[in-house]
Design a protein around this ligand. Sequence first.
Ligand SMILES: Cc1cc2nc3c(=O)[nH]c(=O)nc-3n(C[C@H](O)[C@H](O)[C@H](O)COP(=O)(O)OP(=O)(O)OC[C@H]3O[C@@H](n4cnc5c(N)ncnc54)[C@H](O)[C@@H]3O)c2cc1C
Length: 430
Amino acid sequence: MEVAIVIFRNNLRVKDNYALYNATKYNSVVLGLYSTQINKGKNYNFKACEIYRENFISETLIDLQKNLLVYGINLSIVDDIEEALRKLNKAYKIKIYFDEEVGVYEKEFENILKKYEYKSFFNQTMIEPFVFDYTKSFSHFRKKAEKQRILEPLDDLNRVNTINFETKKIEAINIKMPKYAIKFKGGEKNALKRLEYYMHFIHSYKTTRNEMCGFDNSTKLSAYLSVGAISARTIYYRLKKEEEKSFKSESSYWIYFELLWRDFFYLVMYLSKNRLFLKKGLQEKEYKFKTNKELIDNFLRANTQVDIIDASIVELKTTGWLSNRNRQLLANYLIKTLGIDFRIVAAFFESYLIDYNPASNYGNIAYQAFVGNDKSYRIFDVIKQSKQYNGNFYVRQWLNKEEQEPNFDYKNSALKIKESVYFVKNNYHN
Ligand SMILES: Cc1cc2nc3c(=O)[nH]c(=O)nc-3n(C[C@H](O)[C@H](O)[C@H](O)COP(=O)(O)OP(=O)(O)OC[C@H]3O[C@@H](n4cnc5c(N)ncnc54)[C@H](O)[C@@H]3O)c2cc1C
């Protein structure tokens, strides 16, 4: 018997899912398959996936299992993908359907799938992918990106038959969170609900998106996008519909603009292959980053003595969430002021962020490290930014104290570190 196997990784949805749609369109028997091995492993001593994202994925898988059954499809959850495919291939004539991803481990995983008859799709971006110079800036990309087509979400699926195959039982837990935690509940149903709800806020988004605390100041769709519980195209077309109903504003445009940043980093990683994981990143520069354990352990204990930075570390480590503003301040400080290797900082973010995806994380962090797509060497004045974005309130929440000026000459030390720790060799070649 012929069986189409749909591989679920970061496409954990039924709506607008190319691999699933095509499998059900051209086959009468379909099985969904998810392997837990994609989130295992360690990176610079950090667990690849901490409990926050792990639990969010479990919630999303439970929802997906239910939603697939509506179309007659079982979802099997296994540990070892190679073993599962071997067994399935022995019992049936299998054809694999999967969505392509970016990232080194992700590509290694795809090589396992490609040993069988397969059909793959690149379905991660909002716009249709195109080739550009990935070493250049976002502005360079944006000019062409804004002219790219955005395909409408796919039609509903066909109902099909399925097979029974072994599966692990997945359970989600209720993680105890601090009082001020931003909490997410996984699943496609919740992603669509959040999208609907956020339509009330699209005309204020641009003025609130930089805030450090609060839920409705930004869409909070990133975690759903990262596991693929919703597609960027679904968000885009819902936004358009809302603009037709109400009006177009600079603010509603800005949500699309931020989704373009997401596409930018996906395509930068896609085109540059593994370069964002290398020390010199996309640029031919060689910095002397620090890797000593003491320095790293100190920041992990939230003991930098700069309150806004320590508070950000506490929030990330105890909730899996950090606002975009705090992510920028934290990454910039750890890399440019403390001089820590950006790959270690990226592994730290990767481990804890509930919305981690390789392209957005490594793209943004390489940008902060000045080895990615940023065109000028920027050191954030974290104290000034903290004042500007209500950091005192934020610090009170996460450190349970009033924010204090650090007891060292912050500005001077940042400049000195820049001069002494780093040296830039232009036109550096290995
Ligand atoms: C150091 C650092 C690490 C980051 N790591 C990740 C990551 O692993 N995963 C992730 O999804 N985002 C990452 N971001 C981007 C950004 O911080 C989050 O996407 C955003 O804060 C999520 O909140 P939101 O959904 O409310 O975003 P909104 O402000 O509502 O934006 C809408 C959507 O646009 C996209 N987006 C917004 N800003 C960016 C950006 N700078 N880069 C790429 N996409 C963006 C996201 O998909 C987001 O959901 C990182 C940013 C920094 C500075």
